[in-house]
Design a binder for this molecule. Structure first.
Ligand SMILES: *[C@@H]1O[C@H](CO)[C@@H](O)[C@H](O)[C@H]1NC(C)=O
Ligand SMILES: *[C@@H]1O[C@H](CO)[C@@H](O)[C@H](O)[C@H]1NC(C)=O
Ligand SMILES: *[C@@H]1O[C@H](CO)[C@@H](O)[C@H](O)[C@H]1NC(C)=O
Ligand SMILES: *[C@@H]1O[C@H](CO)[C@@H](O)[C@H](O)[C@H]1NC(C)=O
Ligand SMILES: *[C@@H]1O[C@H](CO)[C@@H](O)[C@H](O)[C@H]1NC(C)=O
Length: 497
C-alpha cells in the first residue's frame, strides 16, 4: 500500500516534471536559433557593382562590350559606374560590418588581373586592388568568399569562341592559378564559377534573340557547360597539387537551383519536373558527384540528335580520365536560389536542335504570384526546402552554401516583402540543418545593395541597401531588410509566429 502510494507520488512528480519541460520546450520551440556552424553574409559580383570599367589597366569584358555596343540591356544602362564600389569598397565593408555579417562573397574581374585574358600579361594594379580589398575585409572581421568567374570573361577570349572553345579551360586555370598564388594566403573559400546554366543557356538564348547568334543553339549550350565543368575540375586538381597543403582552403562552385512544381497531378508533369531538375542542376552536380552527366540527359539528347540527322549526340562526352578528375572535385556546392516555377510536360519533337526541346518541358510562373506576394513567398521558400532535400537524397548530402538568395521587388525603403522572404527562408534553412540533417555552412543574401542586374539593367531591386544611381556619390541607404538583418544577427534567433 505504502509502496503503491509512493509509486503514485513518483509518477505524479514525473508527470509534473514532463509537463514543465514540455511547456519550457514549447516556449523554446516558439523560436529558433542558429549556432555558430552557419555563417551569414551578403553576395555581389564585380561587373554589377564596381564601375571603373577601364581604369588602372583593366581590359574589356564581354559585359563592357554588350553594354557599349549592343541593344542587349533593356534600359540601355551600363556598368561603367554601377555602385562605384571599385572606389567605395571601404564604404561597402562598413555596411557589411554594421549589419553584423561575417562573410562577403564578391567576385574578381578577370580583366583587372589579366586584361587580355591570358597569363602573359598580368596587371599589377589589378592585383593590388583586390589585395587591399581582401586585407580590409579581414581587418574588419569579415571573411572573403571569392568568386573567380562571375560571367565577365575577357572580350578577347570571347572573340576566340568563349566557353565554346576548349582552350577556355586552360585560360581559366591559369587565371585561377594567379589568384591562388597572390591571394590564397588570405582567401580560404573559393567559388570557381557562378551559375554555369545562366551563362550557357539563359544568356545564350538572350544573345541569340537580341544580338546575333554566333553559336548554334542546341549545341553550344552543352559545349559551354562541358568546358566550364572541365575548368572547374582542373582548378580543383591544381589547388590540391600545388596549394592545398600550405593554404588549406576550400573550393566550390555556385549552381542555379530554383525549385519546380508540377502544373498538374499527372505523372507526365511530375516526370517533367524531374527532367527540369536534371537539365538545370543535375547537368552540373551529377558530373561533380558521380563523374558523368545524368543518364536521362545522355539518352534523351542522344536519341533526339540522331532523329535530327546528327551522327552523334550533341551532348559532349567525358573521357575516363576526365570522369575521374571530375568526381568529388569540390568541398562544397553553392546553391543560388531565388524563385519557383511550374512545369508542364511538352513532348513535341522539334526538328531544330534546342536545349528547351531536349528538356521536353515548359516552365512558367503563376501570374497570381504577382498580386499576392505572401503566397508567392510561401511557394518560393517551400520550394527551397524541397530542393535541399532533393540534393541530400540524390547527391550524397554534400556540404552546401546558400551562395545566393534574394528577392526582387519594385524598390523602396520599406521592403516588408523582402523581410518576409528572408524570414521564411531562414526558417526553411534552420529546418534543413536541424531537422533534415543538411550541412549548410553559409547563408549569403543577394545582395548587399541594389546593383546592375545584367540584361534587366537597374530595374530589379534586390538590395538590403538602396543605391541612388543618379547621385554621383552613389549614396547607399538601408532598407527595412537591412535593419531586420542587423537585429537578427544580434542573437541569430527568430521567433516563430
Ligand atoms: C558564437 O560565437 C560568438 C563569437 O565567437 C560567441 O560570442 C558565441 O558565444 C558563440 N555562440 C555559441 C552558441 O556558441
Ligand atoms: C535604348 O536605345 C535605343 C536606341 O538608341 C532606343 O531606341 C530605345 O528607346 C532606348 N530604350 C530606353 C529604355 O531608353
Ligand atoms: C512598412 O509597411 C508596412 C506594411 O505596408 C507597415 O505596416 C509599416 O508600418 C511600414 N514601416 C515603416 C517603417 O514605414
Ligand atoms: C550546430 O548544429 C548542427 C546541427 O544540429 C550541429 O551538427 C553542429 O555541431 C552545431 N555546431 C556548433 C558549433 O554547435
Ligand atoms: C539622389 O541623388 C540626387 C542627386 O544628388 C538627388 O537630387 C536626389 O534627391 C536623390 N534621390 C533620393 C531618393 O534621395
Amino acid at each position: 500500500m505504502f509502496c503503491y502510494q509512493f509509486l503514485n507520488l513518483k509518477i505524479f512528480v514525473i508527470m509534473i516534471a514532463i509537463f514543465v519541460i514540455a511547456i519550457l520546450g514549447g516556449v523554446r520551440c516558439a523560436s529558433i536559433t542558429f549556432n555558430n556552424s552557419t555563417s551569414f553574409g551578403v553576395a555581389t559580383s564585380a561587373y554589377q557593382i564596381e564601375g571603373a570599367w577601364n581604369e588602372n589597366g583593366k581590359g574589356e569584358s564581354i559585359w563592357d562590350y554588350y553594354t557599349h555596343n549592343t541593344r542587349l540591356i533593356t534600359d540601355n544602362s551600363t556598368g561603367d559606374v554601377a555602385c562605384d564600389s571599385y572606389h567605395q569598397y571601404k564604404v561597402d565593408i562598413d555596411l557589411i560590418k554594421s549589419m553584423g555579417l561575417k562573410q562577403y562573397r564578391f567576385s574578381i574581374a578577370w580583366t583587372r588581373i589579366l586584361p587580355t585574358g591570358q597569363i602573359d600579361n598580368i596587371n599589377q594594379k589589378g592585383l593590388d586592388h583586390y589585395s587591399n580589398f581582401i586585407d580590409a575585409l579581414i581587418a574588419n572581421g569579415i571573411e572573403p568568399v571569392v568568386t573567380m568567374y562571375h560571367w565577365d570573361h575577357p572580350r578577347s577570349l570571347d572573340i576566340l569562341g568563349g566557353w565554346n572553345h576548349p582552350k577556355m579551360v586552360t585560360y581559366m586555370r591559369d587565371y585561377a592559378d594567379t589568384l591562388f598564388f597572390h591571394y590564397g594566403d588570405r582567401v580560404k573559400t573559393w567559388i570557381t564559377i557562378n551559375e554555369p546554366h545562366s551563362v550557357c543557356v539563359v544568356l545564350a538564348q538572350y544573345l541569340a534573340a537580341r544580338v546575333d547568334s554566333t553559336f548554334p543553339l542546341g549545341t553550344s549550350e552543352y559545349m559551354c557547360a562541358h568546358h566550364m565543368l572541365l575548368a572547374h575540375s582542373e582548378i580543383w586538381g591544381l589547388y590540391q597539387r600545388k596549394y592545398k597543403r600550405t593554404q588549406r582552403g576550400k573550393i566550390g562552385i555556385a549552381l542555379s537551383v530554383q525549385s519546380y512544381f508540377p502544373a498538374t497531378d499527372s505523372l507526365e508533369d511530375k516526370l517533367a519536373v524531374e527532367r527540369v531538375y536534371e537539365y538545370t542542376f543535375g547537368w552540373f552536380i551529377n558530373p561533380l558527384v558521380f563523374g558523368d552527366y545524368p543518364t536521362g540527359m545522355k539518352k534523351g539528347i542522344q536519341s533526339r540528335s540522331l532523329q535530327q540527322g546528327f551522327q552523334e549526340s550533341r551532348l559532349p562526352k567525358f573521357s575516363k580520365l576526365q570522369q575521374i578528375t571530375l568526381r568529388q572535385s569540390f568541398d562544397f556546392i553553392g546553391v543560388n536560389n531565388y524563385i519557383s516555377f511550374y512545369v508542364r510536360a511538352d513532348r513535341t519533337l522539334s526538328q531544330n536542335p534546342s536545349f528547351t526541346n531536349d528538356r521536353q518541358a515548359t516552365v512558367f510562373e503563376d501570374p497570381e504570384w504577382n498580386t499576392n506576394y505572401e503566397k508567392k513567398i510561401k511557394i518560393y521558400t517551400t520550394g527551397l526546402g524541397n530542393i535541399l532535400r532533393h540534393i541530400r537524397d540524390n547527391y550524397k548530402n554534400p556540404v552546401l552554401f546558400i551562395s545566393e538568395q534574394g528577392y526582387n521587388n519594385q524598390g523602396g525603403l520599406n521592403d516588408t516583402d523582402r523581410v518576409l522572404y528572408i524570414k521564411s527562408a531562414l526558417k526553411v534553412v534552420w529546418n534543413a540543418i536541424n531537422v533534415d540533417g543538411i550541412r549548410i555552412k553559409s547563408y549569403l543574401i543577394w545582395s548587399l545593395m541594389d546593383v546592375f542586374e545584367w540584361v534587366s539593367g537597374y530595374a530589379p531591386k534586390l538590395g538590403l541597401y538602396s543605391v541612388n544611381f543618379t547621385d554621383p556619390k552613389r549614396t547607399r541607404t538601408p532598407k527595412e531588410s537591412a535593419k531586420f538583418i542587423t537585429e537578427f544577427l544580434k542573437t541569430k534567433t527568430l521567433t516563430l509566429s
